[in-house]
Every structure is written in C-alpha cells, then in structure tokens.
Ligand binder design. Structure first.
Ligand code: ATP
Length: 515
C-alpha cells in the first residue's frame, strides 16, 4: 500500500496502536491531555529497542563517543546562555473565526509545500509522457509552468526568511494575507497579529514561592552535554574529535501539538554533540550526514522514504543545518536534525559562567573553544516512522485479510511467540521449555488461547517476526513449525535450531556490522 494514497493511514495507525498496546492517550480515564501519550507494553519495548540501536551505533561503535545522562532541571542561567530565554520562540497567529492557533512559519511552509507538490506532479506527468528519453534536470530548468512555480517559491521563501531574520511580524502577517492562506479548520482568512511565543515550560524550585527561583524543563538535551563538556573531556581524557551522546526527555510548549506522537509537548531526544577543531566543521557535518542516513537506511524502512532538507533559516547557533525528512503518513517531515553549531554554545557558557570551556591542542600548543556538529533525532518521531512504514493491510490468497506490522525484526517488541497447537497433551509444557530457553536472549511470549490462525493474526498485529508452533509430532521428533511473519512461510526445524535461528535473526550485531 503506497502510503500517501491513504489519507486515513495515520488514523488507522493511531487506532491500531491503541488496540494493540503500543500507544495510549495519556490519562485517558480523565479524557486525556492534549498532545501527551503513554507508551504501552509493546510501545515501550519498541521505543527501548530503537533507543538501544541508536545508543550502540553511537557509543559502542565509536571509540571516541561516550554517553551521559544529565538531569532535566538545569541552572536557569543555562537557558539564558543558550539563547532559549530570549530566542526560543515561535511566531504564532490565531484565526479569529475558528479560534485556532497556528505557527505562522508552518502556514507559509505548508503553502510552499503545496507549490512544490505541483512541480512534482508536472515531473511525474512528463516522466510518463517522455519515458526513457526524460531528462529531469532539463525539464526543471525549461518547463514554463515549473519555472513559474519555482519563482513563486523563491520569492515567498526570500521574503519569509527576511521577515524571520528581522523579526518583522507585521510583514509576516501581510505575507499570509497576500498568499490568501486560509485557516484549515474554518476556511477563514481572518487573522490576528503575529506574536512571539516562548516554548519553554517553567516551574519553581523550592517548596515555598518565597525565595523560589524560576527554572525550566529542558527544551533540548544538548545543553546537558555542553555544561558537562569539561567534566567528560577531563575524566575521560578525551582528545578532539570526540562526541558525547545522550538520550532523554525534552519539553516544549508547542503552539500546535498534533499529528499523534509527531509533535508532543513532552518527548524524547537522542542527541550527540561532536566536538571538533574549528575549521573542520564542514567535513564533519558531511561525515555525520552520511553516517546518520546510513543508520536510517540500515533499518530497511525504504530508502525512498528519506530525503535531506537544507535549512533556509539557520537557528541562532548554526552555520549549516539540515534535516533528514521521512515520508510520514502526512508527507515528508523532519525526523532528525544535523547542525553545525560552531562554538556558539560553549562560548556562551564560558561567558555566562566565567569558566573556561576549552581544549588544549598539544600539537598546536594552544587552547581553543571546540566547534560542535550535532545530530539530534526525536525518538518518538522515529517510533512513528517505524510504525507507519510497518503498518500493512493485506488481502490474502484465500480472500481473508490481515493487518501486519512489518517492524524490522531487531526492533520488534516481541521476537517470537511460542504456540502450543492445543492447550493439553503435554504441548503447553513443551512450549514452555522452548520459551524458557529463548527468554534469556530475546523477548518471547507464549499464547495458548484460540485457534492457531487467530493467534497468528494476533502476533502479526503486534509485529512478532516469528511464531513457533508446537504440535503432537514435536513430542516425538523434537521438530517445531516456524512461521515467518512477512512471508507467512512455514518450515519444520528442530527445537535447537529454532532457538539459534531466532537469536541470530534478531541480533543487533548483524545490523551494527552494516554501518
Ligand atoms: P520542528 O521544526 O518539527 O519543530 P525542530 O527543528 O524544532 O522541529 P530540533 O530542535 O532540531 O527540532 O529537535 C531535534 C529533533 O527532536 C527533531 O528532529 C524531532 O525529531 C524532535 N522533536 C522536536 N520537537 C518535537 C516535538 N514537539 N515532539 C516530538 N519530537 C520532537
């Protein structure tokens, strides 16, 4: 099923996630809390497996990268130094009729994306018309309609970039009006002024308000790494280039938090800051772009589902930045950011803390503040990428249908299910023996209820790559049936082999070796 053919795919994934213990709306018994979700029994496993793969690929596979776990609360000056108190804002705009709030930049980006889609359509049409003789580059640079649309995009982007840079929100509003952008809910073009909105959540430290100081829930994990730069460098006796990795929760009071776990107010990041010698940042930036896209591709979610998107508006700290976008059910959207952050953060922390955060380069015999290239991926967005590429509805040869989550076996929450054909005659006991053996290496489940066909469907729906069926014959010859989730193929193998085969098929080692 081609993803974007199905407008309802996201809805189906949300419903499926809830029905099969992947993701629940948070505090649902109280009608939930907007944009917060809880990961259920399978969701938590999938999340852990993604996190493990990221951590191992970063920390275990690279001698010069170490991992830390910093706290969520940090000294409030951290956020002054990082620029978040003054500049971590989104321009918001309200529609007066629907009373819905939007990010002004997102309204414009979505408008531009629609024009881009028109260009893509022209290309697809021409591709069909010209067949093998089609030259995409030539077409893009000569076709009248494409050129008109590209010009429109460039004009909008240039003005948009200038407005953001100059914080000219009056013109941003004017731009939205001139483009005729309407509220997606009401269709109305009746907009308020554009205003800045700080995304950090604040709370108070101390039991009494008197003397309490305002602190923030971290909006990114990166700063926990920057403030520990020297601690880690010294205690680890690390030399440039080296990286510090971290996974953990981050909090942002997003203006519009929707699209399921894609944009939440509480989410998890997996970040790595790579400290380098100034002047080498472009090399490392390219290097990390390549390493990260390879990590994604290794999972087999479909290479066509990824693309790079260079940032038009660089954040206050960056001198080069791009996103790795994934083809989510709602189209290509940011999954991961790769940023060349220069020495902005460490320098700012030096200034605000009065402490030197430098590296002594023994070859050059001088100290300097390292530059940083960071890779920053949202664990929840990665989870959604895995789930949306995995979710498949199939009609089988016999006319029946099944929903199967084709999750890469190394990431699947349950690796194998052991199913005694009947719940008697010594079969459950034999099944338990197999489970007891497998459970030391993989997450395994035993299911004895219902007809075998229904149990297979249940395992398909949670994405279990292997089912092991124990039948009467097993007791005689020690052979079981192994059923493969995606092909539904069944084979007879001995119990010993089945254990080794599954362990090998879901071993992260195989994947790490491909990196
Ligand atoms: P966006 O433009 O989508 O708001 P961003 O550019 O602000 O994202 P970064 O600050 O670069 O995001 O954060 C790094 C990563 O953290 C993103 O690539 C994304 O995967 C994840 N992330 C950011 N905000 C959220 C959120 N509200 N919910 C879930 N994941 C998020």
């Amino acid at each position: 099923m081609a993803k974007n053919d199905d407008q309802n795919l996201l809805k189906k994934i949300i419903a499926h996630s809830k029905e099969y213990g992947y993701v629940f709306p948070s505090s649902e018994i109280y009608d939930g809390l907007s944009a917060t979700y809880d990961y259920g029994q399978y969701g938590a496993e999938l999340k852990k497996n993604i996190r493990d793969y990221w951590w191992k690929a970063m920390v275990q596979m690279n001698e010069n990268i170490v991992g830390i776990d910093a706290s969520i609360f940090m000294h409030p000056t951290t956020w002054k130094a990082s620029g978040h108190v003054d500049a971590f804002n989104d321009p918001m705009i309200d529609n007066k009729d629907s009373k819905k709030r939007y990010r002004a930049d997102v309204l414009i980006e979505d408008f531009v994306a629609k024009i881009e889609a028109k260009i893509d359509k022209e290309v697809t049409k021409a591709e069909k018309r010209f067949g093998d003789a089609f030259n995409k580059e030539e077409f893009l640079s000569t076709n009248g309609r494409v050129l008109d649309n590209q010009k429109k995009i460039d004009t909008i982007n240039a003005r948009f970039k200038k407005d953001i840079e100059e914080e000219n929100f009056d013109d941003l509003k004017l731009l939205i009006e001139e483009l005729g952008i309407a509220c997606p809910v009401s269709g109305s073009k009746n907009w308020t002024e554009v205003k800045q909105f700080n995304l950090m959540f604040s709370t108070e430290l101390g039991a009494v308000t008197e003397g309490a100081s305002k602190i923030y829930l971290r909006p990114e994990t990166a700063q926990g790494i920057f403030v520990n730069y020297l601690n880690v460098q010294k205690t680890g006796r690390l030399k440039l280039p080296f990286g510090i990795a971290q996974t953990g929760k981050a909090f942002r009071n997003e203006i519009i938090a929707r699209q399921f776990i894609f944009r939440m107010r509480e989410f998890e990041q997996m970040e790595m800051q790579f400290f380098i010698k100034p002047g080498t940042e472009m090399e490392w930036y390219e290097n990390w772009k390549e390493k990260r896209i390879n990590w994604h591709k290794s999972l087999g979610l479909g290479e066509e589902n990824y693309r790079f998107h260079d940032h038009l508006n660089l954040a206050h700290y960056a001198n080069a930045a791009c996103d790795i976008e994934f083809n989510f059910p709602m189209g290509f959207k940011e999954l991961e950011g790769i940023h060349s952050r220069t020495d902005f953060d460490l320098k700012a922390h030096e200034e605000f803390s009065g402490k030197k955060l430098q590296f002594f380069d023994s070859e050059e015999e001088r100290s300097y503040v390292p530059y940083v290239v960071e890779t920053s991926i949202g664990l929840d967005r990665m989870f959604l990428a895995v789930l949306s590429s995995a979710y498949t509805e199939e009609t089988l040869e016999d006319g029946s249908s099944r929903i199967v989550l084709r999750i890469p076996p190394v990431l699947a929450p349950v690796k194998a299910a052991v199913l005694p054909l009947v719940n008697k005659d010594g079969l459950p006991e034999k099944a338990r023996e197999i489970m007891e053996e497998l459970k030391y290496s993989v997450n395994v489940q035993m299911d004895v209820k219902d007809a075998i066909g229904r149990r297979y469907r249940r395992q398909d729906a949670i994405g279990t790559p292997y089912c092991i069926t124990v039948d009467h014959q097993t007791l005689e010859d020690g052979m079981v049936t192994i059923r493969e989730r995606d092909s539904m193929e069944q084979r007879r193998v001995s119990v010993d082999e089945v254990v080794a085969e599954i362990e090998k098929a879901v071993d992260l080692k195989q994947l790490l070796k491909t990196l």
